[in-house]
Unconditional design. Structure first.
Ligand code: TXA
Ligand code: MG
Length: 334
């Protein structure tokens, strides 16, 4: 765990407009003072992210909400009580004075109270909101350890180390800015759990609700550098054999140890538990991407039940199958 001195140093850096990478329970964030337009500009510049792309503001407590949002519906208060601190982001109507630099010019703002103890210490000590997209360069895999962040940004920013991220994929994003609540990005807080909490949340698209403009649908969307194929369990063996006989070197992510492929060392058994799978996903994609022996990544398609929705979303994006995903929000790589 990071020392009080290091947290204080991070606070000083943020206070003078600098950037600090910090752990959250989902993925590492690259943070800037959310009230400082110049700091936000340097954040976008370092990430290589288009300025039209909105960022999540991380808060220490719900008392800070009024600084960022207006017309907060009861549903948001309820979800905050149930899921914060935790891996849920809410899109709400933005308060006057919230910078366009954060919202991409939209009239909404995304907010989240993370649960990771280092993130909480940092947010409490800083006392203001911290704008933080995932700490990867635009279009790359989100980092789930301090060393992943250092691999992206070497010595360009201070990196607070909080170990491996327990959730491992980005937060669930729900839009509560008007109309019916709508999941914009699936995450490990399931739509089902939110539905139960709200008991009448409307799922999917449609209705009179107009989705906010979110430029998460850019063509250069996140993918590992190597091509990714998402394959049904029943076709896995034959796909790997075919690739190998074509002279390719597949790296294979399977669900459990039961499927036999001859991918040797470049074969990783993930997990039949979605929580464990999510925890391990980005780490293993990075490992496959960095393995010189591998030139194509073959992934066994996970089950299609709701517990796997967030993972299926990220895998489908990694495989570049744009037609298959809810394209409102970039699930990752942003
Ligand atoms: O788990 C997470 O959410 C991580 C950690 C660091 O908190 N953050 C993260 O941030 O994934 P980022 O910027 O990589 O992804 C945030 C997503 C983007 O796709 C962005 O378009 C969407 O949130 N977003 C941000 N503000 C929004 C808004 N006002 N309306 C709709 N979508 C918004
Ligand atoms: Mg991102």
């Amino acid at each position: 765990m990071e020392s009080a001195e290091r947290i204080n140093k991070a606070v000083e850096i943020l206070a003078r407009g600098g950037l600090v990478a910090f752990p959250t329970e989902t993925v590492y964030g690259l943070g800037a003072d959310a009230t400082n337009v110049n700091a936000i500009a340097s954040l976008y510049a370092l990430k290589g992210r288009p300025t039209s792309h909105p960022s999540i503001v991380h808060l220490a407590s719900t008392a800070q909400l009024e600084q960022w949002c207006v017309d907060v519906p009861d549903q948001a208060i309820l979800l905050a009580a149930m899921f914060w601190p935790g891996p849920l982001t809410m899109v709400l109507k933005r308060a006057p004075g919230v910078s366009d630099a954060l919202t991409g010019g939209q009239d909404t703002i995304a907010v989240r109270i993370p649960s990771h103890p280092v993130a909480r210490k940092l947010l409490e000590a800083f006392g203001r909101g911290i704008a933080a997209p995932s700490a990867n360069r635009f279009g790359r895999i989100s980092p789930t350890s301090a060393e992943d962040v250092r691999a992206e940004f070497a010595n360009e920013v201070m990196v607070l180390d909080g170990g491996r991220c327990q959730v491992g994929i980005e937060s669930t994003i729900i839009d509560l800015s008007g109309g019916s609540p709508r999941i914009l990005r699936p995450g490990m807080i399931l739509e089902e759990s939110i539905k139960v909490a709200l008991s009448e949340i409307e799922s999917g698209s449609g209705g009179e609700h107009h989705a906010p403009r979110v430029p998460g649908d850019l063509p250069s969307h996140y993918a590992p550098e190597k091509p990714v194929q998402l394959v049904e369990s029943s076709l896995l063996q034959e796909t790997v054999a075919k690739l190998s006989s074509d002279g390719r070197n597949p790296g294979v992510l399977i669900l459990s140890g039961e499927v036999v492929t001859d991918a040797g060392e470049a074969r990783v058994a993930m997990s039949c538990s979605p929580d464990v799978y999510a925890f391990a996903l980005y780490k293993n994609l990075r490992i496959m991407d960095g393995n010189a022996e591998v030139d194509v990544i073959v992934i066994e398609r996970p089950p299609s039940n709701p517990e796997w929705a967030a993972i299926a979303d990220r895998l489908t994006r990694a495989a570049g199958d744009r037609a298959m995903v809810n394209s409102e929000v970039g699930g990752d790589g942003t």
